[in-house]
Design a binder for this molecule. Sequence first.
Ligand code: DOR
Ligand code: ZN
Ligand code: ZN
Length: 378
Amino acid sequence: MSKIVKLPGLVDVHVHLREPGNIQKEDFATGSKAAIAGGYTTIFDMPNNPNPIVDNISLEEKIDLAPGRIFCDLGFHFGGSKVSVPFFEQVKKKVWGLKVYMNHTTGPLLIEDQNDLELIFANWPKSKIIMVHAEGPTLATAIDLAKRHGQRLHVCHLSLASEIDQVRIAKEAGMPITAEVSAHHLFLTNEDLKRLGPFGIMKPPLSSKKDVEYIWKNLDVLDMVASDHAPHTVDEKLKSENPPFGVPGLETTLPLLLNAVAEKRLTLERVIELTSTNPKKVFGLSSRHFESAFGETKNLNGSFSPLGARAQDDNNTYIEVDLDEQWEIRNEFLYTKCGWTPFNGVKVKGRVKKVVLREVPVFNGEQIMVAVGQVIYP
Ligand code: DOR
Ligand code: ZN
Ligand code: ZN
């Protein structure tokens, strides 16, 4: 039995593709293949590379590594830090959001100094969005900063009941705030840590069963599911006393969500909202944008021209999933370079069978075909 349905291409606003600097973990080619296999046609890459993306040159150098090697469309975020503030005006047309790391995690981009935070929040262009890694009590500081500076705030990877409450209160007060949750915080709890060991270590950490239940009960507060795809090699996870934070997620997020649909924990309509409609809306990938500024290509002289690139729309870009196919997630079938998932061995119902990007079939359920992805600018 099979039940094939067509869905819009998924959008993941939060992935770490590790290039440049950590391509033993992932690179643009392997990471964007993983995205396609997971049903994503657009992803946004985070700036916490070993040399963080905090100036125009490092951003340009990173972007220049992508053309010709990406299997889905790829956009970029900029890193918030004291030293990146002078570049805000210069980069605003090249990046989708500013990422501010307010707690310790992978990479050197931690901002804890209140003066630095004020400077960053005061200067980021108000028309754009600030994404925060702000766990637990830090979230209140982020909300306060965004309010006082009149910024749109996007809260990454909510994982606690108390965070849900803070976001709900801010939304009810009319603040322009949005939030995402990652699949590992929906489908794993800290009880899985014993079994997973270092492969269950990430930031924010896996939550208690109570928190996870609270997130499920309050799913209406959430705007999107983002993978926070954060690959690290098996060796790095096993051989260090302090294993690096993060788990891959691009290839497992949609299957897990479809399985939740099969289990009637979620509707398919809500999955589409959380993985496609809302991320497009929040980050300005609207059809209006698709027609006007979307898909610009960079000229050799560094200026931007709308020539040579075509936009995605729901007719030319879509995926097909089989809602009835039952299968087991296995490490050995993954495209991500890291080659493992915390969901290895999990049986799910719902599988990506086809991905079409701008009329080009790029995945047939078994093989990834061509690298026709584009770098995309807001
Ligand atoms: O677990 C995480 N890994 N959390 C983050 O915030 C960063 C990410 C990474 O880049 O490895
Ligand atoms: Zn984070
Ligand atoms: Zn992240």
